[in-house]
Ligand binder design. Structure first.
Ligand code: 3NM
Length: 217
């Protein structure tokens, strides 16, 4: 995808699965969209997550909501699911299928890759990644196997070295610290709990959206 268009989409990237929500996920997503998220990732993972047909049904339901509001729908890890429902893209980590093989399977759909080192970033870029996910920027309890907190230094390093690839930060990002992530050089922030656990997903998304919009680079 055109990097400038993608940078716009990454501004406020809401990620969620059923086990991240206290309320009905469809309701949380609808409220988050109303608040101004720009991209959505379906991440049905971890303890108590839905499997097989139930996972598929929730993906279809959330995708329908995204389509109604023109929000692209990204699937975490599960390439088969992404292809089965014709999602707009996938996000993979370093432990998942190789970037090159995922790129071949998904054609020109959006491909995001989590990277933690310069070497991983360069390899992902060469293999066809559209954007990098960098994290955890701050401490998070949402991802049990998260790598050590990296702070803002890796975002700055990539930008200082002239890397233009769209970058989104993840991990412990909320209304208080989102602007720091943007200032460091990210094009956007990804959040789970800052929206999914908020008393009002609408208000949380609206506040985060304001902060990311204020940082047009
Ligand atoms: N990936 P929250 S951290 C899904 O470091 C995920 O790659 C991470 O959740 C990484 O916004 C993370 O609740 C969890 O901190 C983000």
């Amino acid at each position: 995808m055109n990097p400038n268009k993608l940078k716009e989409l990454l501004k406020l990237y809401f990620i969620m699965g059923s086990n991240n929500c206290f309320e009905n996920p469809a309701h949380v997503l609808t409220e988050a969209i109303r608040g101004g998220i720009s991209l959505f990732q379906f991440r049905e993972k971890g303890e108590g997550c839905l499997l097989d047909g139930n996972k598929y049904a929730l993906a279809k339901e959330l995708q329908r909501i995204c389509r109604e509001h023109d929000i692209p729908f990204i699937v975490n890890d599960d390439i088969d699911l992404a292809l089965a429902i014709d999602a707009d893209g996938v996000h993979i980590g370093q432990e998942d299928e190789h970037v090159l093989s995922v790129r071949k399977r998904i054609g020109d759909k959006i491909l995001g890759v989590s990277v933690h080192t310069w070497a991983e970033a360069m390899a992902a870029k060469a293999a066809g990644a559209d954007y990098f996910g960098l994290g955890p920027i701050f401490p998070t309890s949402t991802k049990k196997d998260a790598k050590p907190v990296q702070g803002l230094s890796f975002i700055r390093e990539l930008r200082n070295k002239g890397i233009q690839t769209p970058i989104v930060g993840i991990g412990g990002i909320n209304q208080e610290n989102a602007s720091m992530v943007m200032e460091a050089g990210a094009d956007g922030v990804s959040v789970i709990t800052a929206i999914s656990h908020a008393e009002s997903a609408f208000k949380a998304a609206a506040e985060l959206s304001k902060q990311t919009q204020d940082h047009d680079r």
